[in-house]
Design a protein around this ligand. Structure first.
Ligand code: CMC
Length: 427
């Protein structure tokens, strides 16, 4: 504690402790505010509220910095693997060689789904959105894995975490296979986490599937970029659901539901759809004008961020990865040219400069995922797959936090004061 915040309300003065983290803004500890003053704070969208203490992820939005347990996202994306980042988020430190091998083996051995779950899929329409399927199937995991739903048992918590991380690629790939009417593929334990996912998605039982190492590396990097992102909407949803003691599978299903929205994980799908709609470079000014028009609800998708008021460091890596994949695959896509020009024009426009609106992680991710062969409807499902690592790490941290309580925000009531019921015939 470094300081005290003073608040004067209704004629009396109160002191509140100021808490400091390792880096980042101090926070005013207002836990006793209501008991002492009878007042609440008002902060829709939690723009000034720290909902928890965390050791996992740090973001400096003004500087465009994102750290996982102190390691910069660019460094991890360049040098690490998704499995290693998953270990790091779950276990405080980067793994030693043997620890990483053990972790990879554990995750690999949990990739299969209970066979009954395959039938669950058949209840969905073929044109169901993969996120709708994922919400349902992940929520249903709690009906199959009763031996890992006791949240007070650390071993069960870790098994549930491993299961969720391991089964998410299988669940997402099956959602895709179901939509195209192809048979499900079982996981192949000889492949990497990401290679296995590629095979389950794009392979068919009729022939061998060869994992392209360039695509495998690029997708693994995309997973790293999405692994965790502090107390964003879906992570806060997972924590809030978990604060009631709900089982981990139900909590992650809640996170998937929240991620689906176009202002959050759904933005990658919306961004690519927007780039296709723009179509050619000459139409960009028209769309920029629409984004600036207060009477038009249109926004540049993949632009702007609640926390980043600078270039999203994940977008930097993503843009570089698009170039690498296109070069390796010897392909190009006019939509990438539209994206690059749109970025250039927006970043030289006073509207975007003054509001500090920069490309976010979703601006380029759609371009690359589509080049790999994923339909747009799968983009958010891939985000959910990767973010599961962050969700389970944050959920575990919350359960073991001695300050943890059931999440229960208050409100400023603006409705009618108490009044007498009027029978229907007299209204
Ligand atoms: N295009 C045009 N104007 C924008 C945009 C945009 N993409 N984003 C924000 N603005 C304007 C907005 O109209 C507002 O203007 P004013 O102050 O004149 O009313 C100002 O910038 C601040 O916007 P806000 O909505 O109050 O900011 P926020 O922090 O609540 O919203 C956001 C952040 C990400 C929801 C928003 O920037 C947005 O809707 N972006 C497009 C969707 C998107 O790309 N989402 C992905 C986020 S990154 C991945 C993830 O977290 O899932």
């Amino acid at each position: 504690m470094t300081d005290t915040a003073k608040l004067s309300i209704a004629g009396s003065d109160h002191d509140y402790p100021v808490m400091s983290g390792t880096v980042g803004p101090d926070v005013v500890d207002i836990r006793k505010l209501y008991a002492q003053t009878g007042a609440f704070t008002y902060d829709p969208g939690f723009t000034s509220t720290a909902s928890c203490q965390s050791k996992l992820t740090y973001i400096d939005g003004d500087e465009g910095v994102l750290l996982h347990r102190g390691y910069a996202i660019g460094d991890l994306a360049e040098n690490s693997t998704f499995m290693e980042v998953a270990y790091l988020l779950l276990n405080d430190e980067l793994p030693k060689k043997g620890e990483l091998e053990q972790f990879e083996t554990t995750i690999t051995r949990h990739t299969m789904l209970h066979e009954q779950l395959a039938m669950f899929y058949r209840g969905f329409r073929r044109d169901a959105h993969p996120m709708a399927i994922m919400c349902g199937v992940v929520g249903a995991l709690s009906a199959f894995y009763h031996d890992s739903t006791d949240i007070h048992d650390p071993t069960q918590r870790m098994i549930a975490s491993h299961r969720l991380i391991a089964k998410m690629p299988t669940i997402a790939a099956m959602a895709y296979k179901y939509s195209v009417g192809q048979p499900f593929l079982y996981p192949d334990n000889s492949l990497s986490y990401t290679g296995n996912f590629l095979r389950m998605t794009f392979g068919v039982p009729a022939e061998a599937y060869e994992v392209d190492p360039v695509i495998e590396k690029a997708l693994d990097r995309i997973f790293i970029l999405h692994a965790d992102h502090e107390q964003n909407a879906s992570t806060s949803t997972v924590r809030l659901a978990g604060s009631s003691g709900a089982n981990p599978f139900a909590c992650i299903a809640a996170g998937i539901a929240c991620l689906w929205g176009p202002a959050h994980g759904g933005a990658n799908e919306a961004a690519l759809n927007m780039l296709h709609e723009i179509g050619t470079v000459d139409r960009i000014p028209e769309f920029i004008a629409r984004a600036k028009d207060k009477n038009d609800p249109f926004r540049l998708m993949g632009f702007g961020h609640r926390v980043y008021k600078n270039y999203d460091p994940r977008a930097t890596v993503m843009q570089k990865t698009v170039r690498e994949v296109f070069a390796a695959m010897k392909v190009s896509d006019p939509v990438f040219d539209v994206a690059l020009k749109l970025e250039e024009l927006a970043l030289s426009d006073p509207y975007f400069v003054e509001k500090k609106l920069f490309p976010n992680v979703d601006f380029y991710s759609g371009v690359i995922l589509s080049a790999i062969g994923f339909p747009t409807s799968m983009f958010t499902a891939l985000f959910a797959l990767a973010r599961t690592v962050g969700w389970v790490a944050q959920w575990n941290e919350m359960i073991t936090d001695p300050d943890q309580k059931i999440g229960r925000p208050r409100q400023l009531y603006n409705g009618p004061a108490e009044r007498t019921y009027v029978p229907v015939g007299q209204r």
